[in-house]
Design a protein around this ligand. Structure first.
Ligand code: DC
Length: 230
């Protein structure tokens, strides 16, 4: 196989609202790769638990629904344009609400849920040519990824971005409340025993506090091209 057709695996990790999803999606579009939002999978399990009236702290019950859930990503044909389906229903909007944000931490800390979802993620990315974003992609899901990026931004900047994103969906939330929620989730993400948010030693750091989405995308695509065709 020629180097120029080599398909690599790109792992993008970072804290909540650091711009990972938008950036990862656009990187996938530019490279013609598959985009997988691993956080969407934890969100889908949380949504299912809430809909079924299952207590998110009931580890065994949540693990059972995670095992049974049919979570798929479908592409409308354009690379990067993947949307998530839960048991046959498109749930892209339903999984991104403050209610899900409030209830997701015990689901993400559940070791059985992580084991089930990590396996699904590895399966989805087994052929390479994938951009996956999350918290543990470079450390646990694809420790062999050819390119690992760890995105950072100040909590204040991330809160401003999340507020704007919610406002575009008609959800108005005070900045201070979003900031508190982000700080709480940072703490939970970094301090859980299984799959904590952590920079892989060989990940390249990208502080996006003062970068536009386009600049972030360009930087990652540049790093990717250096690895696809050295
Ligand atoms: O990236 P996000 O905000 O959509 O992620 C939602 C939650 O899912 C986040 O609070 C932590 C969890 N998560 C995780 O534990 N591991 C991942 N690989 C991705 C997300």
């Amino acid at each position: 196989m020629k180097n120029s057709t080599k398909k690599i695996t790109i792992a993008i990790d970072g804290p909540a609202a650091s711009g990972k999803s938008t950036t990862a999606r656009r990187v996938a579009q530019k490279l013609g790769y598959l985009y997988i939002d691993s956080g969407a999978m934890y969100r889908a399990v949380t949504l299912l638990a809430l809909r079924k009236g299952i207590d998110v702290h009931d580890a065994a019950a949540v693990a059972r629904i995670a095992r049974e859930a049919d979570i798929r990503f479908r592409s409308d044909g354009a690379p990067g344009q993947t949307v998530i389906y839960l048991n046959g229903e498109e749930v892209s909007r339903e999984i991104r609400t403050p209610d899900i944000d409030r209830n997701i931490s015990p689901v993400a800390a559940n070791p059985q849920v992580r084991e089930i979802l990590v396996r699904k993620q590895q399966e989805l990315g087994r052929h390479g040519g994938v951009v996956m974003d999350g918290r543990d992609i470079g450390t646990v899901v694809f420790p062999q990824a050819e390119l690992k990026v760890f995105m950072q931004a100040s909590a204040e900047e991330r809160a401003r971005r999340r507020q704007k994103e919610l406002a575009q969906k008609g959800i108005e939330v005070p900045l201070e409340q979003i900031l508190q929620e982000i700080r709480r989730r940072d703490w939970e993400d970094m301090n859980r025993t299984h799959g904590p948010l952590k920079k892989a030693p060989d990940a390249l750091e990208l502080d996006t506090t003062h970068l536009t989405i386009e600049e972030q995308v360009e930087q990652i695509v540049k790093w990717a091209r250096e690895r696809i065709d050295p």
